[in-house]
Design a protein around this ligand. Structure first.
Ligand SMILES: [Zn+2]
Length: 524
């Protein structure tokens, strides 16, 4: 297991065959929220993402577009995949491409090690192959085709016919790891999450494992097998190694041991690669398995899995252009129980934007800052004596930090946000009940007015810290408006575990006007 004082999280690296859709962005945001949360908790954090650039599918797409596969990959990375990270505000520490020398070198080193120790041997393979999956399929992975493919067996994921391939191949001795993998799942019950996925993977492994064909001879877009350059490495075997090549396995032992093992965040459809093949590869090389493999659910649009090939793909910028990156992040992390499938609809997004972000959080922030401006010349007042109402808010904030941390520890990002949102709801209720605009009319109640406004401003201080991993831009604007940057330092340096310690915002802090955090969206 990873030590509690460090956290290395990796997204899958994304296949550059096509441009990103919101399913990819969903994975990126989840990993980023978890990384930012740990970073702000003082944990030695590293977050990795990147692109998977080898394989037959890329080669075919490049040829179809009249360019080399490297040119195709370069173009997609620069024009689509790296810009995606800006679009949704990802603060990754590294970005790895599988065509980089630092990665290819590790793939060859790793292969040679397994060849030398007898875990890779030569053999012949004949089987069904899905080019979409870049994977050999078993008969029970296939389903009857529909539409133009009626009468044929097709890939259950892609709905397209499979090909029959026969090759001389090198094989990884995956079958010899069956018991070791089952022992791993038994000894670390949270190794695969959520439990439904763990059960599925365990019964898959119990049925027995075939050795894995890890080389291809029919095309040449890949990492050469070091002892036989007529073969290139199977793209999945190559791609999985990014999680250790990026942190210096084989070249920077100190950094590698500082970072490894990783938490692997994956879509559940690629969980078998990460929870079966990948740990077996690592065991063969005498390395620790990942700390955890968490499979999240699918985004459904109109009841179907989001994918470009099914014409339901929505580009992330279509959402952020209208609602902004914070709303994108907040919506997908709060509206969907992380780990389960979730439905996306524009109507639901627009309704939650208005109710939760604009009217709930945004309005709270602007009302409080405006009242401090109007009644206290923009200076955070000193609190008088607290009543039960103020103690209630203090308790809400302290409890929210504890509950949110507990939720993050189990990757229940939606529960963490719900816990933080109790502060938004309680503060809104508090202000409605205390009616500071009425209290302000009676000069004799000035101390009471100051207590109410201090409580509200200090509650916002805690909210800015706690929401910084989820809605970093709004949190930063609020932080500046509270004058906290001057009084307390940068928002990102604020520790989440101590966010609930009451009274950190000093009286006398000069606030700044706050523009609407979540402006009204004109209906289209
Ligand atoms: Zn497929």
């Amino acid at each position: 297991m990873a030590a509690a004082d460090r956290f290395y999280i990796a997204t899958p690296i994304f296949y550059v065959n096509d441009v990103p859709h919101i399913g990819h962005a969903y994975t990126e945001v989840a990993a980023d929220v978890l990384a930012r949360w740990h970073r702000q908790s003082g944990v030695d954090t590293w977050s990795l993402t990147g692109t998977d650039e080898h394989g037959q599918k890329i080669l075919r797409t490049a040829v179809a577009n009249g360019v080399t596969p490297q040119e195709w990959a370069d173009k997609l990375v620069e024009s689509a995949w790296k810009p995606l990270l800006d679009t949704i505000d990802i603060a990754n520490d590294d970005f790895i491409r599988t065509t980089e020398p630092r990665h290819e070198k590790v793939v060859q080193q790793f292969l040679q090690k397994l060849y030398d120790t007898g875990f890779i041997t030569e053999g012949e393979y004949e089987g069904y192959y899905c080019v979409g999956c870049e994977e050999y399929k078993q008969a029970d992975d296939l389903v009857p085709g529909a539409g133009e493919f009626v009468g044929q067996q097709v890939c259950a994921i892609h709905g397209r016919p499979i090909e029959v391939l026969k090759e001389k191949n090198y094989f990884f001795a995956l079958s010899t790891f069956q018991q070791k993998l089952l022992d791993l799942y038994e000894s670390q019950p949270d190794f695969i999450q959520p439990p439904s996925l763990r059960n599925e993977i365990m019964s898959f492994v119990r049925r027995g494992l075939d050795d894995l064909s890890i080389s291809r001879q029919s095309f040449d877009w890949g990492v050469r097998i070091p002892w036989d350059d007529s073969h290139v490495t199977y793209v999945w075997f190559d791609a999985l190694l990014n999680y250790i090549s990026a942190i210096g396995w084989g070249s920077d032992d100190e950094n590698f041991s500082r970072r490894w093992p990783a938490v692997q965040l994956v879509g559940k459809d690629i969980a078998r690669f990460h929870a079966v093949i990948w740990p077996a590869m690592l065991m063969a090389a005498d390395l620790q398995p990942p700390a955890r493999v968490f499979g999240h659910g699918w985004l459904l649009v109109g009841g179907e899995k989001m994918s470009k090939s099914k014409l339901t793909g929505i580009a992330p910028h279509q959402i952020t252009d209208v609602f902004g990156s914070d709303a994108f992040r907040y919506y997908f992390m709060s509206a969907i129980n992380f780990g389960q499938d979730g439905s996306f609809s524009w109507e639901d997004l627009a309704a939650r934007y208005q109710a939760e972000l604009a009217n709930g959080f945004g309005n709270l922030a602007s009302r409080v800052i405006a009242m401090v401006g109007k009644y206290c010349d923009g200076v955070v007042p000193a609190s008088g004596e607290a009543t039960d109402a103020e103690r209630g808010i203090q308790k809400t904030v302290a409890d929210a930090v504890v509950a949110a941390q507990r939720a993050i520890d189990t990757f229940a990002i939606h529960d963490a946000i719900a816990a933080v949102w109790t502060i938004v709801d309680e503060l809104n209720g508090y202000i409605t009940l205390q009616e500071p605009w009425k209290v302000a009319k009676d000069p004799a109640l000035e101390e009471r007015l100051h207590t109410i406004l201090y409580t509200a401003a200090e509650g916002l201080r805690a909210l800015a810290v706690l929401l910084s991993p989820v809605t970093p831009q709004a949190a930063q604007k609020l932080w500046v408006a509270l004058g906290a940057e001057g009084a307390l330092g940068g928002l990102r340096e604020q520790s989440i575990p101590s966010a609930g310690t009451w009274g950190q915002l000093p009286a006398g802090t000069q606030t700044q006007p706050l523009e609407a955090l979540f402006p009204r969206i004109e209906a289209e």
